[in-house]
Design a protein around this ligand. Structure first.
Ligand SMILES: Nc1ncnc2c1ncn2[C@@H]1O[C@H](COP(=O)(O)OP(=O)(O)O)[C@@H](O)[C@H]1O
Ligand SMILES: [Mg+2]
Length: 319
């Protein structure tokens, strides 16, 4: 049987364009190495015509952030009838919004830091009151983040009351919804999940760094962070986090692959921060590193994700 023709969709307009170009290049090289007829395609306004011209059997979506990871590209591919890697429209759209994701975590009793969601209108209308409330519940220290950005863009960690209002204003420059959550002390880990109906978790990966948070620079500069696999926490805490990552994958309705970020407190509670429906796939990225620890080398991982994309969807999972 001949191998499916794979279009690696990369670039795009989001703030994470540069990362996408690296992720896409790595995926493209891996597919060629595995003898797949692969080609790269940049996400621009001619995307529909270009896809129709090339008519790939499957699209590998190597995009991050808005207009890529958020369900928009998934919707376009659904309309064109082209199978694609990773989650469908709904899970992608849910996963991109940290506030909506946390509301689902709460409803499903998945541990997550206490939080409040702010809209620009509500904040402007009752600034003083809101600041006062936040200082009591969840209380300092707090983390302020735009609901929809990735790679810590627009985020702040606030240890003292003074900086809070300013941090919220700054986050609103990136988004019309802002999340203010309790800062959790503990071990920062991430857990990858691979699969469709019967998803499997990858080994826990502990992230170690010197900077204040695992921000854009720390993530993408070689030597600024270290990955420790498995995480240096008791085996039973690791097990709990891996189970939680699978539950998150299922509860959001993810497909193919996903990666959930947690802070594990000393008592072993894995506080879920967010879920990434298209984890980074650069040479420095977390997901490929965890897969490698599970004995899945990068080219095999890429092939596996393509194969999962081509598996028949259950009727209720169509889009
Ligand atoms: N509630 C929190 N408690 C402690 N650290 C946090 C918290 N929220 C975020 N962080 C830190 O900020 C980083 C980025 O936050 P995250 O919500 O994963 O957003 P993104 O990865 O999309 O930028 C985390 O990896 C962690 O280092
Ligand atoms: Mg994260």
């Amino acid at each position: 049987m001949s191998k499916p023709k794979v279009a690696v969709l990369l670039g795009g307009r989001s703030k994470e364009r540069e990362i996408s170009l690296v992720t896409g290049e790595e995926i493209y090289k891996a597919l060629l190495q595995k003898n797949y007829p692969a080609f790269k395609i940049d996400l621009d306004e001619n995307i529909v015509e270009n896809l129709k011209k090339e008519s790939p059997d499957v699209v590998f979506i190597a995009l991050h952030g808005r207009c890529g990871e958020d369900g928009t590209v998934q919707g376009m591919l659904e309309l064109l009838g082209i199978p694609y890697t990773g989650s469908g429209i709904l899970a992608s759209a849910l996963g991109i919004n940290k506030i909506v994701t946390k509301r689902i975590f709460k409803a499903e009793e998945i541990p997550t830091a206490g939080f409040r969601a702010l809209t620009l209108r509500s904040f402007r209308a009752g600034k003083q009151e809101i600041i006062k409330d936040l200082l009591t519940d969840p209380g300092l220290p707090l983390v302020v983040k735009p609901a929809n950005e990735g790679s810590t863009i627009g985020m702040s960690i606030i240890g003292e009351a003074e900086g809070l209002s300013e941090a919220i204003e700054m986050a609103f420059e990136y988004d019309k919804e802002v999340l203010v959550e309790q800062f959790i002390e503990g071990t920062e880990i991430t857990v990858g999940v691979l699969g469709n109906e019967d998803p499997q978790s990858l080994p826990t990966l502990e992230i170690v760094y010197d900077s204040e948070m695992y921000d854009y620079e720390t993530k993408y500069t070689k030597g600024m962070s270290n990955h420790i696999i498995p995480a240096r926490i008791p085996e039973e805490h690791r097990k709990r986090a891996r189970e939680m990552a699978i539950r998150i994958h299922e509860v959001l309705g993810c497909r193919g692959f996903s990666r959930a970020d947690f802070i594990v407190s000393v008592d072993g509670t894995p506080y879920a921060l967010e879920v990434n429906t298209i984890p980074g796939m650069t040479p420095l990225s977390l997901f490929p590193d965890s897969a490698r620890a599970a004995g899945i080398e990068f080219p095999e991982l890429v092939v596996k994700i393509v194969e999962l994309a081509l598996e028949e969807r259950r009727p209720e999972q169509k889009p």
